[in-house]
Structures are given as C-alpha cells and as structure tokens.
Ligand binder design. Sequence first.
Ligand SMILES: [Zn+2]
Length: 240
Amino acid sequence: MSSAHLTNVAFVCCTHGDEQLGRFISYEYPFGKTDTLLYRSIIANPEAMYLNVRGVEGDLNRSYPGNPDGNLEERRAAQLLPILQQYDVAIDFHQAFASMPDLIIVKEWTEEIAAIADCFDMDHVLELDKGAGSYTGLMMSYVQNSIATEYGYAHNHQDACERARRDIQNILTGNRVKPNKLRYRIWGDLSLDLKGITEIKNLVKLTADQRELLNLQEENLYPIFIDGYDDKWAVLIQSL
Ligand SMILES: [Zn+2]
C-alpha cells in the first residue's frame, strides 16, 4: 500500500554499449528501495555492452519507438519502451567521449524532472524542446520524465563512475545539491571544426571577437561537444 507513494526510478544503463559507466551502475545499484523511491537498473543494450561497441546493428538511442521486425537495436527499443514507460522517472546514463563538462539533457524541464535532476551535482541542463533541430528515435521522445546524463572529461572512466556514484547517492537520499542549474537550448549545429578556426572551449561562452570571426550575431552562445565526433562537430547552445 505504502509503495503507491514511492517514486519509481529506472537507471537506464549502456544505451550505448561502449559507455561502460552503465555496467558499473547496474552492478553497484541493481535495484533497491528508500523511504521515497524504488529504483532498478536496466541494461538497455546488453549485446553492445558485452562487445563494448556503441551499437551492434544501429544506435539504440536513434531507434525508438522501435520495430519488432527491425534490426537488433530497433527490436530492443520495442521491447524496452513499454517497460520504461511504467516508471515515474527514467535516467539514461551516458558517458561523453568529449572533454566537456557533465551535462543533463531533458526534453523539457518539469517539476518531476527537477526533483531528480537537482540531485545531480552538475551545473548545466540542455532542454531539447526549446532548441532548434529535430531528433528522431530518442528514448526521451517516448518516455515521459526521462533524463539523459552525459558524464564528460573524456576517457576518464574511473572518475565518471565516481561522479555517477555521488549523484546516485544524492538521488537515493533526496539531496537536491544543485538547484538553479544553468539551462540552455540548442541554437544550431555548425557542422564544422570550430577548433580550427578559433580557440574555443566546451560550454565557455563565445567572446564578441569569436562571434565576429564566425559571423554570428546572436549572443550568449556556448559551444558544446567539441572533440566529440571525429573532431568535426560543434553545436552551439544558448543560455535561457
Ligand atoms: Zn551515449
């Protein structure tokens, strides 16, 4: 009876199989219960996790809502979706292979999301629905109150695991350590290597000189995911 008031939280692990942070989380926090919540880890793409690859036949986080007759990731998405939809909150733990700060990504900011997201000792939130561009196949487009986290500082696996452990402990104790996060929208994808043009850093606001060099009129623009994908991908986000 009392469990009716508990928040049901899914820790979604290894949506991308080469982000082995998920293996750590599923091992450390397989399931459990506190005074306020029930949680369970779900290994989203076990085949990819065992092979240590992003995906086997596709990208699971581009495969929702899934297809029972599709490739491995599409079949997996179709299996997972009704399971994930039963949770009050789903947290999709990612590991960024870019030297970027930790980041939370949400579809839109809601009270339910804030209650969990504030527990992450992270400063930055990206709100997809407020931004430019459209993204197909994302889990968060189909699962209500889902949060994706990107643990940055590339390739430092041990450190990412420790930061995730810190954040999960805060979730389990309801410790909202970092309210009033900086919130951003996606402004646009420049699809080029900004690093070759000017010295820029992830989530460090472009200076007036840099904007002039890049012929950008808008203010409050921050590069993100630099180094992320073959050194040729830089998205600009704008503070809200
Ligand atoms: Zn990922």
